[in-house]
Structure formats: C-alpha cells, structure tokens
Design a protein. Sequence first.
Length: 184
Amino acid sequence: MINTNSNNNNFKYTHSSAHSHIFLIGMMGSGKSYWAQQLATTYNMNWIDLDSEVEKENMMSIKEIFETEGEESFRIKEKNALHKLAHHKNLIIATGGGTPCFYNNMQWMNEHGTTIWIDEPVSILVKRLFKEKSHRPLIKNLTNNELEAFLEQKLKERKPFYNQAKFIINSQNFSIGDAKIFLQ
Ligand code: S3P
C-alpha cells in the first residue's frame, strides 16, 4: 500500500489540473520507463521518456551530448525539454536520474503535476545497470565495485531532491493495482 511521502508533510504545491502530468523520478535503473508504460496502460494515458525528448530535439544521443558538449550543456537541454511539457497535458513522464537535481526542476515538476520517486535499493540498481551501462555516460567506464560506490554517493546527493516527491514507491511495496492513489 502506498502513502503520501511522509518526509514531505508540508506539501506545498497544488496539483495543477491545467497540466496534470505524472513525473516518475529516481536513479538510473530504478525502472522509471517500465512504470511509465505500466501506468500509461492502466490510466489510458500517453507516456514519454525525457531523455528521448532531449535526443529528438537536439538530434544527438545522450552519449554524444555528454561526449561533445559535456554534462552542463546536457542539463540545460534537459531543463528545456522539461519546460516544453508545459504545452501538453496528462502525460506520464519518465525523467532522467539527474533531472530533479538541476535548475529547480523538482519544484517545476511539483507545480506541473504529481511526482513519484521510485526508490529502489542500490543493490538492485547495480544488478540492473551493470549489464546495460555502455549507453549511460556517467557509469560506462566503472567496474562493479566502483559502480556500487558511485550509486551510493549519487543517491546520497540526490535524496534531498527526490524526497520532495509527493509519493515514494518501489517494486517491493507497489503493484499496479495501487495506481489509483496517484490520481486522487
Ligand atoms: C542520468 C541518467 C540518465 C540520463 C543521463 C544522466 C543521471 O537517464 O539522463 O545519462 O544523471 O542519472 P536514466 O535515469 O533514464 O538512465
């Protein structure tokens, strides 16, 4: 059963019916795209992947943007792609792992819809990511041990942002049958 994030008692953003997006946030490998698809089917809504929007808008892969222009440039492009969502409504959005942590993006998402943090333990993230790290610029050169340490550190840095989500779920405590709560 899922409850509203108790770390966030003073939730101060009103869900704007003008946009009504659902933003899935969390670390790489937490399953944001998987849950976006599941929720989209359940609610009969459309879903998008923010990384794919950045790639389409810039006609470059995320890997190419990091390699040729660096992370700072990627974060600006990511913020721009996020803000374009103000022209749409009722989308489910799988964000990138770092999206909530730059340019007040977390506040922006809370003002434009419902935010859900998929909080998977690092042990699960390591298992999932080790096999598919090549297209993820931040982790592509790391060994298994380095990957674990990197994810622990990143999660620590990102928690204050992720913790601003309206809901927190993970694959242990959430099943798609609980999904109605996000629309209330
Ligand atoms: C990143 C996560 C990636 C992508 C980019 C940076 C991050 O998205 O946005 O490689 O900073 O954690 P996923 O979380 O979808 O892998």
